[in-house]
Write a protein that binds this ligand. Sequence first.
Ligand SMILES: *Cc1c(COP(=O)(O)O)cnc(C)c1O
Length: 387
Amino acid sequence: MKQKQDTLIVTLGRDPHANFGVVNPPVYRASTILHPTVEALRGRKQPYTYGRRGTPTTVALQQTIAGLEGGHNTMLTPSGLSAVTTALLSLLRTGDHLLMTDSVYGPTRHFCDTILKRNGIETEYYDPLIGAGIERLMKTNTAVVFTESPGSITFEVQDIPAIARVAHARGAKLVIDNTWASPLYFKPFEHGADVSIQAITKYLCGHSDAMMGAITTNEETWKSALSGHGALGQMAAPDDAYLVLRGIRTLSVRLERHMKTGLTLARWLAARPEVARVLHPALENDPGHAIWKRDFTGASGLFGVVLKPCSDAALAAMLDHLELFGMGWSWGGFESLIVPQDLTGIRTVTPPKFEGPLLRIHAGLEDPDDLIADLDAGFARLNAAGN
Ligand SMILES: *Cc1c(COP(=O)(O)O)cnc(C)c1O
């Protein structure tokens, strides 16, 4: 029987009867793994050969993520960023050209502008809304087209199928950072991706207490990516893998609530006199809404808000005294977050012109009425502080 997504969330990566009936896979902590004979040691045919190469706990997580993303298999890394850097280092070599969306996660850009540049790999940033127009940027040495949709901080929705068609026609790989939608709300391999990256740290973990990344690939790309991952010594710890497996079992119900509360907040904010615009692809008047609706099956709880111009002091009066919204990096946990964002240095081709300060909000699992009351009090402080 082919299981539906919400069933797979429960069943993938679990085999209770292989573990005395225990529901969850146990944590196997390992460096050394013993081989019974010289033949077994030399043959490397055991399913597990060395801690860095994986344990039953990390493999259970790999299988779970691969099944949800719809890819061939998954590799784990110690952070979302290391998943990005490992994938790029595995797919690129000196002399290659990389097309990178201008809306990419800032640390990904930093990696391209430092390590890749130093190693003779040229990164060219492109307009996230370019779609099939990416054709005119393709060069004979373009090896990877990197996408992230919606874009970090600014939430532009990319036409992934159109970009993938061009990339493949020109012999390049299509990589997507699929963290915002999680594997539940965007199926990268059905839309032409060769490689999908998850910052597991966000929704898959879901509890703000572990960091990890995943690289999932199609069958064709698996060997080269795995070889780079192994050469770089990448791995994830079994205790963290256990936490993430536990988090994933509730991913579907959590995300539904993040989406619902996020939309409630987004609509309330859009109607506020202090707000210039809300950046949320699930809002009907968002420029990315049509493509979002075509390609995604849901929205996460992360979105942007552009305020009308106000002083730094007024902004601080609003944000410094929020009770429920915490100020801190990352997102995807059960708690609500808000951070002022600065695009300086992280948009080079298509810098957006925003009316005033940009805030990034993560809608957590609290009651939306309480969250609205918290923001409402914040706006009262902002207004009282004057301009
Ligand atoms: C957070 C994030 C990452 C990096 O994940 P870490 O686990 O913090 O290294 C990569 N891509 C996107 C889109 C992210 O939001």
